[in-house]
Design a protein around this ligand. Structure first.
Ligand code: BES
Ligand code: ZN
Length: 474
């Protein structure tokens, strides 16, 4: 059993003021049969007579209330971290997340002391609808992160960064969700890069991940939402709109891109990192909205000329792509773009194209191919074999490979596609795949059938959202 309260589901567990505008500490005493372990988003006390006690001494918004119960194993990851999972995943989990303490220390170097004492991870069953959820003291993660090569650790870094942006400094409501997610992506990329010793490589890597984000932003604006959609604004109007229906990568990627734009304007990381620490310190244990952020920034950089050129109205309330795209270092995407061009010009995919690429570079390459006209079935098959995509254990790679198969209308791969969406429920993967299947008219009915057969196995939020995507609700 596990909960998912963000954005507005705490009210279905306890009566509360279910808004991130207010915060509370909590204590809990939870009873469960002997063989079960109970975990919560809090510090765990003793278990006596099948009752486990918890307390969360730092005030949190209601959406960070969390509970999970299962027959669980644990492994120690570091001085303040354990990983929890069912026994089948425990070894793989302990290996995949072994560097957690290293990430925590890198995060502390940027943001200051980690205040929540404990940082544990809980690997959930595959129906968990998100990549990760930053429940305080106990991040929830999808088992799709278990790639076997630690390459998806950026999700852990992301959830760690929420310990500051989101969990200490919180959006007043979900119209200002970018203050949670945009800041967190921005910090995630800084901390991710800070783990690379060579400063030139670090800068390249940070910009490379920003370019991956820009790719996703472009897909969201032009394919998913449409450039005129009011949900493409950084600050959205949620009057009469359920925040689950407004969820997209916009606050993540437009938000972090905006912060990068500001960082460049005011003079780069040297100046901006100090601002970040000051901002965190000022608003910790509070909730704020975009106007408060803006006022704090403008006051902090009172004498800065660059900031005076910001078109706030366009950035905060304009639809579509951001008005200005930062000048990212493209050296890590250059070779990839050359391969993409060759393939779309009809060249035969060859294993040597990708031998030197990191998993994330391969992901970038596949993402570019998804945006190109469909590959011929012959090219697609060679790509699958030569690039080792068919047997990849990396869900980010498998996901993009299967989307390429759908783009090329490869009927023979449909079994693999259904298998993938039935075996895990991460919305980031499942939604675009169903969207693609829906657009392919010959298989639309099969896709709907497959969804209806599996609906009972899904978390409510996934089923509810997919139903809308598949036009099964009025
Ligand atoms: N807080 C979010 C997950 C979330 C958002 C749950 C809104 C419910 C409503 C979490 O921090 C997150 O952003 N997860 C991402 C991973 C991240 C690396 C971008 C995800 O689930 O993919
Ligand atoms: Zn997040």
């Amino acid at each position: 059993m596990f909960s998912q309260c963000q954005p507005i589901h705490a009210r279905s567990i306890v009566p509360c003021q279910d808004t991130p505008a207010v915060k509370f500490t909590y204590e809990a005493d939870v009873m469960a049969p002997e063989e079960f372990t109970v975990l919560m988003s809090a510090l765990r006390g003793d278990t006596r007579n099948n009752r486990t006690s918890f307390h969360q001494p730092i005030p949190i918004p209601s959406y960070l209330l969390a509970i999970a119960v299962g027959v669980l194993e644990q492994r120690t990851l570091g001085p303040r971290s354990k990983v929890w999972s069912e026994k089948e995943e425990i070894e793989r989990s302990a290996w995949e997340f072994a560097e957690t303490e290293k990430y925590l220390q890198a995060a502390e170097r940027l943001c200051g002391r980690y205040e929540w004492t404990q940082y544990d991870l809980l690997v959930l069953p595959p129906s968990f609808p998100y990549g990760g959820m930053e429940n305080p003291c106990l991040t929830f993660v999808t088992p799709t992160l278990l790639a076997g090569d630690r390459s998806l650790a950026d999700v852990i870094v992301h959830e760690i960064m929420h310990s500051w942006t989101g969990n200490l400094v919180t959006n007043r409501n979900f119209e200002h969700f970018w203050l949670n997610e945009g800041f967190t992506v921005f910090l995630e990329r800084k901390v991710g890069a800070s783990l690379i010793a060579d400063p030139v490589e670090a800068k390249r890597s940070r910009d490379f991940h920003s370019l991956l984000g820009l790719q996703e932003l472009t897909e969201t604006v032009y394919e998913e939402l449409g450039a005129e959609n009011p949900l493409t604004k950084l600050v959205v109007d949620l009057n009469g709109v359920h925040p689950d229906d407004a969820f997209s990568t916009m606050p993540y990627e437009k938000g972090s891109l905006f912060l990068r734009y500001i960082e460049d304007l005011v003079g780069g990381p040297e100046v901006f990192d100090d601002f970040l620490r000051s901002y965190l310190n000022n608003f910790k244990k509070k909730s704020l909205d975009t106007d408060q952020f803006k006022a704090y920034l403008l006051n902090y950089f009172k004498d800065n000329e660059g900031l005076k050129t910001v078109d706030w109205n366009q950035w905060l309330y304009g639809c579509g792509m951001p008005p200005i795209i930062p000048d990212y270092d493209k050296s890590m995407t250059k070779t990839i773009m050359a391969v993409v061009e060759n393939i779309s010009r009809g060249a035969t995919p060859n294993a040597s194209d990708v031998r030197a690429l990191s998993p994330h570079q391969l992901i970038h390459l596949l993402q570019e191919l998804i945006e190109q006209p469909a590959l011929s079935l012959d090219t697609l098959r060679l790509l699958g074999e030569e690039y080792g995509l068919k047997n990849s254990r990396n869900a980010e790679i498998e996901y993009r490979w299967l989307r390429l198969c759908i783009r090329s209308k490869d009927q023979d791969r449909l079994g693999d596609v259904f298998n993938f969406v039935n075996r895990q429920g991460r919305m980031k993967y499942v939604r675009p795949i169903y969207r693609d299947l829906y657009a392919w008219e010959d298989v639309r009915d099969q896709a709907i059938d497959n969804f209806l057969k599996n609906e009972q196995n899904m978390m409510h939020v996934s089923a509810y959202t997919l139903k809308k995507d598949l036009h099964l609700t009025n």
